[in-house]
Design a protein around this ligand. Structure first.
Ligand SMILES: *[C@@H]1O[C@H](CO)[C@@H](O)[C@H](O)[C@H]1NC(C)=O
Ligand SMILES: *[C@@H]1O[C@H](CO)[C@@H](O)[C@H](O)[C@H]1NC(C)=O
Ligand SMILES: *[C@@H]1O[C@H](CO)[C@@H](O)[C@H](O)[C@H]1NC(C)=O
Length: 198
């Protein structure tokens, strides 16, 4: 009797851990803009923010991290037309502390640019498409009915073959989660099995 109740509580503990890991893994992926290059002039950092964005899947609940030198760059959240024009007389928001975290709280296109004169025109601009929060499916699906390709990179000649969700990314996190899920499922199965045998 004591052994059996021990197994049951162990099982409950693992199920709880599994649920927690689900929450943890499906929430809050932080996308470091430009990876190691950070947020800089593309020619200086050898980075292409259009290509970077196309290589990532952004979901509600994720965040962007812009790393930059605050003495020479900033981050503006802008409208689509300002993004296209590289002109931001009235940005939606301005950030200049060198390390800006941008929470992605809603679905749709988001536009960012550096507000320092000339930098946007040199390519220091970023457009992303934010998809709904993950619903358990490992395969990202584009928003239904939206011309996501053209929304992704307005003002830049589109490459029609690549949508915002074309390439799986965030691979470190995803692989870590998948391994952890498999491990958890195996452990829970073994515990259930052993408690049934008793
Ligand atoms: C950046 O990448 C996009 C998409 O891959 C491409 O269309 C564009 O030509 C690139 N820009 C530069 C300056 O290489
Ligand atoms: C896109 O992701 C692939 C695979 O992770 C990587 O090899 C490639 O360098 C990435 N490209 C960009 C522009 O980040
Ligand atoms: C359950 O236990 C049986 C007998 O010990 C074993 O053959 C089987 O592989 C176990 N199944 C799982 C899922 O661990």
């Amino acid at each position: 009797m004591a052994v059996k109740s021990g197994s049951v509580s162990g099982c409950i503990a693992f199920v709880a851990a599994f649920c927690l890991s689900l929450i943890r893994c499906s929430f809050a992926i932080e996308h470091v803009v430009g990876e190691a290059a950070g947020w800089t002039l593309p020619s200086f950092g050898h980075v292409n923010y259009t290509a970077w964005a196309a290589n990532h899947t952004f979901r509600v609940g994720d965040s962007l991290l812009f790393n930059y030198r605050p003495d020479i760059h900033n981050v503006l959240l802008v409208t689509r037309s300002d993004y296209r024009a590289c002109s931001s007389p009235n940005p939606v928001a301005t950030f200049d502390n060198g390390k800006t975290t941008m929470s992605l709280t809603s679905v749709g296109s988001k536009y960012y640019m550096c507000g320092v004169a000339g930098h946007c025109g040199l390519g220091q601009k970023l457009a992303i498409m934010v998809l709904p929060a993950e619903s358990g499916s490992p395969v990202p699906s584009p928003m239904s009915g939206g011309p996501t390709g053209s929304l992704l990179a307005p003002g830049i000649s589109p490459s029609p073959s690549k949508g915002p969700a074309a390439a799986p990314s965030n691979s470190g996190t995803s692989i870590g989660c998948a391994l952890f899920f498999n491990l958890m499922i195996g452990v829970v199965g073994a515990i259930l099995n052993s408690s049934l045998q008793l």
